[in-house]
Design a protein. Structure first.
Length: 383
């Protein structure tokens, strides 16, 4: 995308709510609480909101229903759903709308009560008539196919996938909001019950409740608000398919397009990134995204994560809240990568804080490795 308004808009509020289990609350309730908290974080109120970006899991017209729930009458509502990448796409369009003067204060929110409401992952995808006869268990089967192909093509080993889960648990141990904080070893991951070969139970994301919200405005207005502004330097999305059987290459995702586009807008390279938040629905995801975003060459993702490289004290801090594997995964995880990026860049992450973090990349995945979206954020000094 050309003409992206680099550093002209900023995230000024961020919050989570109901992480893990929130019995008795609907998905809308959870998103509402996160929204109010994010606005309070920014020093704003519901009366300031004139743009609403929302993708509730069971509400096809959530742009309308959530506005009514909040008691607001926004000029813009957006209900794009591309799976977990929806929220990075929302950031992209919110930045464009703010820069164009179509709105002044945009809220991006999500909530889900999947754990206490249903006890399992709820997918919006209808069975595909061409894939369904083969009995592929989704979504895990799609990611297992990608993992198996990566192993076949590049020699990636189960132990390397396990390193991703172990690193996530290491970060989660430092995060009091994380759902799972107990110690985890590579052997634990490898010995866990198989779900869809080559992926076992601990290669798969959590099923939790949870909500998140962020608030965006123009940079000139952001300077007058409560929190340090976090500049949006770049944002891009790309899509290659929907069903996994139509993916052009099981080992290369559309992150190979969205990542370089967002980084070019931002004027950075992977070497400039201090913290990296990746959508880790399964352990193969970060390996694919590290390659496609340019942090290592194609086929080298498995070796890249060895030796605790993405764990606490490693060379590249990845998923510093514990990710979808150990922190939270209420159906769609993408917005949580944005909140964690903001917390890190503000220096408010407590025991898991990455010292001197100034540039963050938040990358999310939707569908069956189908939609990829990347956002580059920075402190005001680094912008």
């Amino acid at each position: 995308m050309t003409g992206f308004p680099r550093a002209k808009t900023a995230i000024v509020g961020a919050a989570t709510f109901g992480m893990g289990e929130a019995p008795g609350l609907s998905s809308t309730d959870l998103a509402g609480q996160a929204t109010v908290r994010a606005l309070a974080d920014a020093g704003l109120s519901l009366g300031d909101v004139d743009a609403l970006f929302i993708a509730l899991p069971s509400e096809p017209l959530s742009g309308l229903s959530f506005a009514q729930y909040l008691g607001i009458e926004p000029a813009i509502t957006e209900n794009n759903r591309s799976g977990g990448s929806s929220f990075q796409t929302h950031v992209m369009f919110a930045a464009l709308a703010l820069d164009a003067g179509l709105c002044n204060c945009a809220v991006i929110a999500y909530g889900s009560n999947q754990r206490t409401g249903t006890g399992k992952l709820v997918s919006a995808a209808a069975p595909d008539p061409y894939e369904a006869p083969y009995g592929l268990r989704l979504p895990v089967g799609a990611y297992a196919l990608a993992a198996a192909r990566h192993m076949h093509d590049y020699g990636t080993r189960p132990e390397q996938l396990a390193e991703v889960a172990v690193a996530a648990r290491g970060w989660a141990a430092l995060n009091p909001d994380a759902f799972l904080r107990d110690p985890l070893s590579v052997d634990d991951v490898l010995s866990a019950r198989r779900v869809c070969d080559p992926l076992g139970l601990l290669d798969c994301c959590l099923v939790t409740d949870g909500a998140a919200a962020i608030v965006m405005t123009r940079s000139d207005r952001a300077r007058d608000l409560r929190q340090p502004q976090i500049a949006v330097l770049g944002a891009a999305q790309a899509t290659t398919h929907f069903n996994i059987s139509s993916m052009p290459d099981l080992t290369t995702t559309a992150a190979a397009r969205s990542g370089p586009a967002a980084m070019a807008q931002a004027g950075i390279t992977p070497n400039d990134v201090d913290v990296l938040q990746l959508y880790d629905a399964f352990t193969i995801n970060p390996i694919l995204f590290l390659e496609d975003l340019g942090f290592c060459k194609k086929g080298e993702g498995g070796s890249f994560v060895e030796g605790g490289r993405i764990a606490p004290s490693g060379a590249l801090p990845v998923n510093t809240n514990g990710g979808g594997l150990s922190c939270v995964h209420p159906g769609m995880y993408g917005l949580f990568t944005l909140v964690e990026s903001v917390v890190q860049l503000r220096g408010q992450a407590g025991a898991r804080q990455v010292e001197g973090a100034q540039i963050a990349v938040s990358h999310a995945n939707g569908g069956f490795l189908s939609s990829q979206a990347t956002v580059v954020l920075a402190t005001e000094d680094a912008a």
